[in-house]
Design a protein around this ligand. Structure first.
Ligand code: TA6
Length: 304
């Protein structure tokens, strides 16, 4: 970010509510309202903290995460675009190069606005094509990310195809929820849905139980989903609800002990404190936009 861009970004600060800190390696925004506290980084438009008053933090953030240019932050809400996981061929392109989960989570986003309405703070960020995305074949698109901070957290991602050809993409809010003990939480809202079991050769399986309780490494994109997910955390005595619109994929992920041991940005026991409940459009639910078309996916997180 050049000095002019930094100055205009700082112009958006709201005294006592919305502050921009450019003293670290990454530019960080901090939020304090009557209803919550929160933090995000401009790199990746990456939300790392949200805590409604009188609750514990709702998002998990790894104490070993990198906070460095070009490196993905571990925890919070990474934005996944334009492919999910490793890049695979699409109807548009047979390219398979590029970083896991796409380039949006490590790109520098631009802060457009920060406005208070009643007690809600709404922040808008945008990402357009840059050198990295162009080198990967994404030359004309616009992402608009709207985050509303209140007693609930509302996330909205609009993708616009500004090219002359169809734009095919996957997307996700790769949300890491903070839990007291991953082995004890129960997830509700997936009964009757099919998922690909990434821990079992990508086999397609049916979720038969109404409650999912994790007992080992879990990596499951559920497809054709619409329902909200309720995460019951008996140890924290709370329920987190993730509801969504225009999202047909829900991914549930926990690396458990062995895989966590191989991850440089997670401490040994930290898998116990997280469960990813991801609002997505991926695999057969990926989106294709005609030239000029837009698509908006949203998620709303609440806690009781
Ligand atoms: O959403 C689940 C997943 O795709 C897993 O397969 C797992 O590897 C995870 O995301 C984390 O990916 P990352 O690239 O952040 O290490």
């Amino acid at each position: 970010m050049n000095t002019n861009q930094m100055a205009s970004c700082k112009d958006l600060a709201i005294p006592g509510v919305f502050a921009i800190d450019d003293t670290g390696e990454l530019i960080k925004a901090s939020i304090t309202t009557k209803l919550c506290t929160a933090e995000f980084y401009l790199q990746g438009a990456h939300l790392t903290h949200w805590q409604p008053h009188n609750h514990k933090p709702v998002l998990f953030l790894s104490d070993r995460s990198a906070f460095a240019p070009g490196k993905a932050i571990r925890g919070g809400v990474p934005i996944i675009f334009p492919w999910f996981g490793a890049r695979t061929a699409t109807s548009q392109s047979n390219r398979t190069d590029g970083p896991a989960h796409g380039f949006a989570r490590t790109a520098d986003w631009q802060l457009l606005s920060a406005t208070m309405t009643d007690e809600l703070l709404t922040v808008k960020l945008t990402l357009v094509a840059n050198e990295t995305s162009r080198a990967l074949g994404f030359e004309h698109f616009q992402l608009l990310y709207t985050i509303t901070f209140g007693r609930e957290l509302s996330l909205e991602l609009t993708v616009e195809n500004s090219s002359q050809t169809p734009l095919c993409f996957a997307e996700a809010f790769h949300t890491y929820l903070f839990v007291q003990d991953a082995a004890q939480v129960k997830l509700e809202g997936l009964k009757g849905c099919y998922y690909y079991d990434k821990t079992d050769g990508f086999q397609r399986k049916l979720q038969e139980q109404s409650e999912l309780q994790l007992s080992g490494e879990t990596d499951r994109p559920y497809v054709d989903t619409a329902a909200a997910i309720n995460l019951h955390d008996p140890r924290l005595n709370r329920r987190i609800t993730v509801s969504k619109t225009n999202s047909s994929t829900t991914v549930i992920w926990n690396p458990w002990a062995e895989l966590t041991g191989k991850m440089a940005d997670m401490s040994a026991d930290s898998w116990k404190q997280m469960v990813c409940v991801e609002t997505a459009n991926a695999f057969e639910n990926s989106i294709t936009l005609a030239p000029g078309e837009k698509h908006t996916m949203s998620a709303c997180i609440s806690v009781e």
